[in-house]
Design a protein around this ligand. Structure first.
Ligand SMILES: Cc1cc2nc3c(=O)[nH]c(=O)nc-3n(C[C@H](O)[C@H](O)[C@H](O)COP(=O)(O)O)c2cc1C
Length: 368
C-alpha cells in the first residue's frame, strides 16, 4: 500500500518537500487522540523478549529513529506513535542556521539509498532547548539529543560551540550525542582525530554534569564509516579511556561504493553523505570492529543501511545493543519500525539466545 503511494505521490515530488509533507501528516495524526492511541497500540514494540536496558534506560525495544529526521524536536511523539522506541533529535548546533542551499536531498530509488547535504539546518540550541522544556509528552519515549558544530564557528573554537549546546540541551536529554561525523559541515570530521576529540568530549562531559547536577546524562559519540580501521580503534580506545557511555556507528558516507550502478550517474555524482542500502556492509564492519575492541564496556548503537529485521539482527549479533534507521523509513513507510521489532522478536525466539542482551556481540565473541 505505502509502496504504491510512494511511487504515485512522494516519488514525483521533490524529496525535501515530500519529507515536510509526511512530517506534517505525522504531527497532525498525533494530535487526534483516537488515531494516536490506535496507531501507538498497533505499532509500539510489545514483545517481552525485546525489552532491554541500555545507557541506564529501560527500553521496550532496541530500534529507534536516527538523527536528522526530526532535527528540531517537533515530532517526538509522532515518531514514537509509529513504533520507534527511541527518537534521536538533531543535529542541533549552538546557533540556528539555514543549512546548505536547496536542492540538498536526493533519492537514489533503484539503490534504496539517499544522498544528502542538508548541512545541519536547524533552529539552534536555544530554541530547541525551549521546545523540549515546554513539551508535554504524550508517550514515554527515550529522547536522544544529537549536537554538532555551527557552520560559521571555526574548527579551533568548535568545543565552545558544543559546550554551549550541551549546557542548554543536556537537561532535556535522556542521552547526548556528539556528532563529529556528518560530511556536510566543512572540517567537522577532523574532530574525530583523538587529539581534537579528547578535549571536545571532556568539555561536553563537564558541561552536561554542570547543567544537570543530579543526573549523569549518558554521552555518546557518532562516527563516520569513512574512518580508517586504525582510527576506528583509536576512537574506541579513547571512548573507554574517557568513560564514554556509547558509540554510534555510523553516519553517512562520502564513498560511492555499494551503489548497484542502477541510479542515474548525475545523482550518484551529487556531493553529500550517502545512506541506505549501499552503506550496510561498511556500517556493519565498523560495528564489529568496535565490539571486538570494546566488548561490553561501552554501549554500541548500530545504524547505516538497516532495511529489515534480518539486518537489525545482524547488528545485534555484531555488538549493537541499540539500532537505528532513517533512509529505509522513506522507502518502506509508517509500519517499518513495527516490522523490524516484530521480525526481531521472531528471530530471537528461534535463536539459541534467551534474551536480546545474550545475543549482543555473539558473532564477534564466537571462537573462529
Ligand atoms: C536526510 C538525512 C539527514 C541526516 N541528518 C543527520 C544529522 O543531522 N545528524 C546525524 O548525526 N546524522 C544525520 N543523518 C545520518 C543518519 O542519522 C544515519 O546515521 C545515516 O543515514 C545512516 O542510516 P540509514 O542508512 O538508516 O539512513 C542524516 C541522514 C539523512 C538521510
Amino acid at each position: 500500500m505505502y509502496k504504491l503511494f510512494f511511487r504515485l505521490v512522494f516519488r514525483r515530488m521533490d524529496p525535501e518537500r515530500a519529507h515536510h509533507l509526511a512530517f506534517r501528516w505525522i504531527r497532525l495524526a498525533v494530535r487526534v487522540p483516537v488515531l494516536r492511541t490506535f496507531l501507538a497500540a498497533a505499532l509500539a514494540p510489545r514483545y517481552k523478549e525485546l525489552r532491554t536496558e541500555a545507557l541506564g534506560l529501560r527500553m521496550h525495544g532496541p530500534f529507534g529513529l536516527a538523527a536528522g529526521f526530526d532535527k528540531n524536536a517537533v515530532a517526538i511523539d509522532g515518531m514514537s506513535m509509529l513504533g520507534f522506541d527511541h527518537v534521536e533529535i538533531g543535529t542541533v548546533t549552538g546557533e540556528a542556521q539555514p543549512g546548505n542551499p536547496k536542492k540538498r536531498l536526493f533519492r537514489l530509488v533503484a539503490d534504496r539509498a539517499l544522498i544528502n547535504r542538508m548541512g545541519f539546518n536547524n533552529d539552534g540550541s536555544l530554541a530547541v532547548a525551549a521546545r523540549l522544556a515546554s513539551r508535554t509528552p504524550v508517550f514515554r519515549t527515550v529522547v536522544g539529543v544529537n549536537i554538532g558544530k555551527t557552520k560559521v564557528v571555526p574548527e579551533e573554537e568548535a568545543a565552545g560551540d558544543y559546550v554551549k549546546s550541551a549546557e542548554r540541551l543536556a537537561p532535556h536529554a535522556d542521552y547526548l550525542v556528539v556528532n563529529v561525523s556528518s560530511p556536510n559541515t566543512p572540517g567537522l570530521r577532523n574532530l574525530q582525530a583523538t587529539e581534537a576529540l579528547r578535549p571536545l568530549l571532556s568539555g561536553v562531559r563537564e558541561a552536561a554534569d554542570r547543567a544537570v547536577p543530579g543526573r549523569r546524562v549518558p554521552l555518546l559519540v557518532k562516527i563516520a564509516p569513512d574512518l580508517a580501521d586504525e582510527d576506528v580503534d583509536a576512537v574506541a580506545d579513547l571512548a573507554v579511556e574517557l568513560g564514554l557511555d556509547g558509540i554510534i556507528a555510523t553516519n553517512t558516507t562520502i564513498a560511492r561504493e555499494g551503489l548497484g550502478l542502477k541510479s542515474e550517474p548525475s545523482l550518484v555524482k551529487e556531493t553529500g553523505g550517502l545512506s541506505g542500502a549501499p552503506l550496510k556492509a561498511r556500517s556493519l564492519e565498523v560495528l564489529r570492529r568496535l565490539y571486538a575492541r570494546v566488548g561490553d564496556r561501552i554501549t554500541l548503537v548500530g545504524v547505516g543501511g538497516i532495511e529489515d529485521a534480518e539486518d537489525a539482527w545482524q547488528r545485534i549479533l555484531a555488538g549493537a545493543t541499540l539500532i537505528q534507521g532513517y533512509s529505509a523509513f522513506i522507502y518502506q513507510g509508517p509500519f517499518w519500525a513495527r516490522t523490524i521489532h516484530k521480525g526481531l522478536a521472531a528471530r530471537l525466539r528461534t535463536s539459541p539466545y534467551a534474551t536480546l542482551a545474550d545475543a549482543v556481540g555473539a558473532d564477534v565473541r564466537k571462537p573462529a
